[in-house]
Ligand binder design. Structure first.
Ligand code: 26Y
Length: 822
């Protein structure tokens, strides 16, 4: 966040200053002379909270009074990042706060650096949930976000000798001043035990669950401030604690001490976010986490519903919509069935009628290894009653709609079944979601098509209208207004001040895209952002980079399908050609990476090591005269993204076509005036539909071409046919980049040649190189580049998460926005 030139109301500055000083003394217990930066930050938050809590009450009272329908967004991840600058911005107090702190001799950006990121998510899916909360609040939709109050968020990444080392991230070690504990809404959640079959007097069978333990769920509320304070939504995160009777068996046997020891087990549940974002390890604790937060959330929803409807459930589906953010909260489905049948006394049919009208499911991945399947034996141990209900749902589904459509077809039945037969029988969570949900959506047009046609083709035949698309979006409040104040001011000038609420307004900038004066202003903003990033790079890595060079950026989780190694091979080939001809006239380039690898994903970690090793060599090679730099920024996270994205010239979006469901950083980069160098995958397709393919650098195989090539693909053909490619792949086997350690980078070569190059890196290499050449050529023509950058930024209106949320509200939730009364 940089300076704005807008004049600030003096009286407001004075009032803010007084409030901060008051909180510094009375809330934090210090004084301006001895306060640390952390204390100043806490006092600023306390000041902002004075504004927020009043609006929160207004919002909740309005919704309660009108008994409005609401959406409940269930997500195992919410990657909120920092809240201070965002909340100040949304309350339109940023300039006031900046001036007030300046009068204390403080720099607001420095003070806000004290805030730890709330990194309660892995990547795209978690950040999407955070952007959606911002849009739900801004667009005034009644909603609650439900998730887990992890004690440790995604690990902090350190780079030691080029390698990733994971460190715990205790984001609330010194308390989080945004959150409020709500002891009045604590829930008790049963777990384990066995199911007893009882025969009722009328001869009917019923099941009674005798759980073996009870866990306490403590809710922490984080207010989410809508832009211009329209409404304040709630993110409710559940923390697990032990109950006194945590383990009844042990307790009843007189095991007071043993029971105390077991306390830690209950408290383990919300301890840590699982750092995998693709392969499901099938860990018992993870299923417990999922069940725990879903069970707490549903009880919370039921309690609120019953406040106005008592025991009449006929209105439930009319008042409550639940969105499942991927399959992670699927267990909420049998849990709602169980609560309605076992606790509320409804019949199975009544419960199913309600449940199947309440849930919707968003799919975020086609990767088979990321589709959750839980071994039946884990269910038997932890959730025996839920397993019974899943069997019942499955039985009725297979013998009802499936038998009617495909009589006697056992092959189709085994494909559609919730239960996967085999040595270890498994519960397929995605199947349970599709069977139960009213709507199933993918997250970009191409992805939704693949979900329907390739992932769930049989279900699509059964229920063609169940499947729909909602293309992802990102909040322009955080991703332009807060993180790129220079660009925000430009938009204020050309589009008026309402563009953060209606991003389509930015399209007027297109009219100025040929005007030198505006091109210069746009590129000056970019340059200033690059100067700031260069400073950060120097601080974090010690590497000096030239802000006049082209900044080429790839920041995202490390995955083979995202192909950071394709980028690396290209850098190596560029380096090789520079060594061969150091005087060639190329645009100076800085390649910037940021990526965390799942701790057990060895090849991903090897790729991080390779990027660092190659970077080390290149950055210190005087022969190439600084024309090429490679930096790996450690610990990529939301707050770092906010510094990197506004400074990018090129946005690398180079997944194998068909594998990146949508991508969302691609949208943030374009909004901030970077040109996309990417494949026709995910939302890239829709981005170039808006901005023009001629204003970006598209390369590589298309989805159809990938599907066609894959079965007969042989990477050796490409390796043997392309001298340059062969040379760089072989380079990985030498000790050129890892002196004294030959073979330290060989695993990458092995995966590309001996393991079949599953993501077609070699097949796309030549085309990728050619796209880079186009980018270089355009970068030399400053006016043309500026024009393309401006058109990209100007045409991203549809990628506001407000548009996504309105799509959900209209097509999936049938939800109306509500004006909040003071
Ligand atoms: C099952 C567990 C291991 C798991 C945990 C997290 C599996 C997946 C994930 C996270 C997935 C994720 O972040 N997916 C991304 O979602 C974004 C938002 O829709 C998409 O833009 C992006 O393409 C997709 O990879």
């Amino acid at each position: 966040a940089t300076q704005t030139t807008a004049t600030v109301d003096k009286a407001q500055v004075k009032a803010f200053k007084e409030q901060v000083e008051k909180h510094l003394r009375t809330t934090i217990g210090t004084s301006p002379v001895k306060a640390s930066k952390l204390a100043w930050w806490q006092a600023v938050v306390a000041t902002v909270n004075e504004d927020i809590f009043g609006r929160l009450t207004d919002t909740q009272q309005t919704h309660a009074k009108n008994d409005t329908r609401a959406v409940h967004y269930l997500s195992a991840e919410f990657l909120m990042g920092r809240l201070t600058i965002n909340n100040l911005t949304n309350l339109e107090k940023f300039d006031v706060a900046r001036e007030a702190l300046k009068e204390f001799g403080l720099d607001i950006n420095e003070i806000c650096e004290e805030e730890p990121d709330m990194a309660l998510g892995n990547g795209g899916l978690g950040r999407l949930a955070a952007c959606f909360m911002d849009s739900l609040a801004t667009c005034n939709y009644p909603c609650v976000g439900y998730g887990i109050h992890y004690e440790n968020g995604l690990f902090r990444q350190e780079i030691r000798a080029g390698k990733q080392v994971e460190r715990p991230d205790s984001w609330r070690e010194y308390g989080c001043p945004w959150e409020a504990c709500r002891p009045e809404s604590v829930q008790n959640i049963p777990l384990g035990g066995y199911v007893e079959k009882q025969t009722a007097p009328d001869g009917s069978q019923c099941s009674v669950w005798h759980p073996s333990s009870m866990i306490k769920g403590v809710p922490w509320d984080i207010p989410v401030v809508g832009y211009r304070g329209s409404s304040v939504a709630i993110l409710r995160l559940w923390e697990s604690r032990s109950t006194e009777q945590f383990n009844w068996d042990v307790f009843n046997a007189g095991g007071y001490v043993d029971a105390q020891a077991e306390k830690s087990l209950a408290e383990t549940i919300s301890k840590v976010l699982y750092p995998n974002d693709s392969t499901e390890a099938g860990k018992e604790l993870r299923l417990t986490q999922q069940y725990f937060f879903c069970a707490c959330s549903l009880r919370d929803i039921l309690r609120r519903y019953k406040r106005s409807h008592h025991n009449d459930f006929s209105e439930f589906a009319a008042k409550i919509a639940i969105q499942l953010n991927d399959t992670h909260p699927t267990i909420a489905i049998p849990e709602l069935m169980r609560l309605l049948i076992d606790e509320e006394g409804l019949s199975y049919d009544q419960a199913w009628d309600i449940t199947s009208k309440t849930f919707n499911y968003t799919n975020h991945t086609l990767l088979p290894e990321a589709l959750e399947k839980w071994p039946v034996y884990i269910f038997e141990k932890l959730l025996p009653r839920h397993l019974e209900l899943i069997y019942e749902i499955n039985f009725r589904f297979l013998n009802g709609p499936v038998e009617a459509k495909w009589p006697g077809n056992n092959e189709i039945k085994s494909r559609l079944s919730i239960i996967e037969e085999g040595e270890v029988r498994k519960v397929r969570m995605a199947n349970l979601c599709v069977i139960t949900s009213e709507h199933v959506n993918g997250v970009a047009k191409i992805h939704s098509k693949l979900v329907k046609e390739n992932l769930f083709p049989d279900y699509a035949q059964l229920w063609p209208n169940k499947f729909c698309n909602v293309t992802n979006g990102v909040t322009p409040r955080r991703w332009i207004l807060s993180c790129n104040r220079g660009l925000a001011e430009l938009y204020n000038d050309v589009a008026g001040k309402d563009w953060p609420l209606d991003l389509d307004k930015c399209e007027v900038l297109k009219k100025y895209a040929d005007k030198k004066e505006y091109q210069d202003r746009f590129m000056k903003i970019k340059h200033d952002n690059k100067v700031a990033l260069a400073k950060t790079i120097k601080e974090l890595t010690g590497v000096e980079v030239d802000p006049n060079a082209m900044f080429d950026v790839q920041v995202k989780r490390l995955h083979e399908y995202k192909r950071q190694h394709l980028n690396l091979l290209y850098i190596m080939s560029l380096y090789k050609s520079l060594l061969e001809d150091p005087d060639q006239d190329i645009v100076p380039q800085v390649f910037i990476f940021g990526a965390k690898a799942a701790p057990a994903y060895t090849l991903a970690k090897d790729i991080i090591f390779a990027i660092n090793a190659v970077g080390e060599k290149i950055n210190n090679d005087l022969r190439i005269k600084g024309k090429l730099k490679v930096v790996f920024l450690p610990n990529y996270r939301v707050s770092l993204a906010e510094k990197i994205i506004p400074a990018a010239d090129i946005s690398e979006q180079i997944s194998t076509a068909g594998y990146e469901a949508s991508g969302t950083s691609n949208m943030k980069f374009s909004m901030n005036g970077a040109l996309t160098l990417g494949t026709m995958d995910g939302a890239n397709i829709e981005i170039v539909e808006q901005a023009g393919i001629e204003n970006n650098f598209i390369f590589g195989l298309s989805v159809d071409e990938v599907l066609e090539l894959k079965p007969r693909y042989n990477p050796w053909d490409y390796y043997n046919a392309d001298h340059d490619l062969k040379a760089v792949v072989d380079w990985l086997d030498s000790d050129f980049f890892t002196p004294g350690q030959p073979g330290a980078l060989s695993s990458i070569k092995t995966s590309l040649l001996n393991n079949g190059d599953p993501f077609l890196v070699l097949a796309d290499f030549a085309s990728y190189k050619e796209a880079h050449q186009r980018a270089q050529k355009l970068f030399k023509d400053k006016a043309k580049w500026a024009r393309a950058a401006m058109i990209n930024s100007a045409t991203m209106g549809i990628f506001s998460s407000d548009r996504s949320i309105r799509d959900y509200a209209e097509n999936i939730w049938t939800l109306r926005s509500q004006i909040v009364k003071k």
